[in-house]
Write a protein that binds this ligand. Sequence first.
Ligand SMILES: NC(=O)C1=CN([C@@H]2O[C@H](COP(=O)(O)OP(=O)(O)OC[C@H]3O[C@@H](n4cnc5c(N)ncnc54)[C@H](OP(=O)(O)O)[C@@H]3O)[C@@H](O)[C@H]2O)C=CC1
Ligand SMILES: C[C@H]1O[C@H](OP(=O)(O)OP(=O)(O)OC[C@H]2O[C@@H](n3cnc4c(=O)[nH]c(N)nc43)[C@H](O)[C@@H]2O)[C@@H](O)[C@@H](O)C1=O
Length: 326
Amino acid sequence: MTIMDVERPVVGPLDRTARVYVAGHRGLVGSAICRLLRAEGFTDVVGWSSRELDLRDRDAVFRRFEEMRPDVVIDAAARVGGIMANSTYPADFLSDNLRMQTNILDAAAAQRVPRLLFLGSSCIYPKFAAQPIREESLLTGALEPTNDAYAIAKIAGILGIQAVRRQYGLAYISAMPTNLYGPGDNFHPQHSHVLPAMMRRFHEAKLGGLPAVTCWGSGTPRREFLHVDDLAAACLHLLETYDSPDTINIGSGTDHTIAQIADMMAETVGYDGDIHWDASKPDGTPRKLLDVSRLKATGWKPEIPLSEGLRETYAWFLDNQDKFRR
Ligand SMILES: NC(=O)C1=CN([C@@H]2O[C@H](COP(=O)(O)OP(=O)(O)OC[C@H]3O[C@@H](n4cnc5c(N)ncnc54)[C@H](OP(=O)(O)O)[C@@H]3O)[C@@H](O)[C@H]2O)C=CC1
Ligand SMILES: C[C@H]1O[C@H](OP(=O)(O)OP(=O)(O)OC[C@H]2O[C@@H](n3cnc4c(=O)[nH]c(N)nc43)[C@H](O)[C@@H]2O)[C@@H](O)[C@@H](O)C1=O
């Protein structure tokens, strides 16, 4: 089949009876996307856990695609972690993510699945990119060493999308979310991202009556955060409005220092002890505020303010402490 043979779907409202495969459907992002799709009336949303389908197993992925024959694929599966996990397991972050995303992309292209969204991350941009970071900054400077393996895998994913569009003419897109948080996050004390890590640490310090908590680094880096339900809404919006080889940033447009985040978390949790900083832990990139003007031009904007999102996530955390991963 050549490019001319492929019927290019006109972007527009997705058929609510379409079979949507959400890879990583149990994760922070995947579960939010599934919540949204069901609320939007989608009746055929499918997904498998890593125990049911290891996406690193190419034959298993191709077999599953043959069986399910999806109309839309949203790739929200990856080996994901915070700064410590990324800097401790770079070989796993590179290998697992390259294999998962390549297997999904190859199986979808082989089947000419009409629509696919690949999720990268804001860590793909150079450590010292001009702020806010425009999509054109990609590959213009050295990466942040603590997550360069993960970043290279994600950059390969962006190029994979562009290559499939050129070779097969398929309307596949990629998007680069900023740091995310919300219900269903990973609260592992060492491997998680900063918001869930602080939420759990401050909560346990409050319960334990501890006089102080220690956070990582200097507290001076700046980070942008987007609630995962906003991310899910942006993903559906892009699937229905965006058809370009150019990747597109998804963010809130505002950032804070990690020290300000710690103060917000202490207030959210109700912890009034001292906050200390462990300078032996890495700060990572000094700032990664995304330029979201390309996304704004499509008519989308976030709706959940950080303070409200933190309160809602803490309520979820309190109700689900038995569920989140150790
Ligand atoms: N969290 C964040 O701050 C950000 C995340 N992103 C991107 O969003 C996407 C989702 O991230 P997030 O939801 O936070 O991550 P989570 O760790 O919460 O979820 C990852 C999902 O991937 C699945 N998965 C991992 N390994 C395998 C495997 N070998 N086979 C099958 N499934 C696997 C997991 O399945 P299971 O649960 O069954 O093991 C899980 O559902 C990723 O592409 C990530 O890069 C981008 C920017 C920021
Ligand atoms: C989404 C993005 O997330 C990762 O990048 P990151 O934003 O640097 O990740 P982070 O959330 O783990 O850290 C943000 C900042 O916060 C500080 N910090 C303080 N105290 C804790 C703490 O207790 N835990 C953590 N994790 N960080 C802490 C920490 O020192 C750092 O300065 C990439 O690996 C990659 O996964 C990626 O793309």
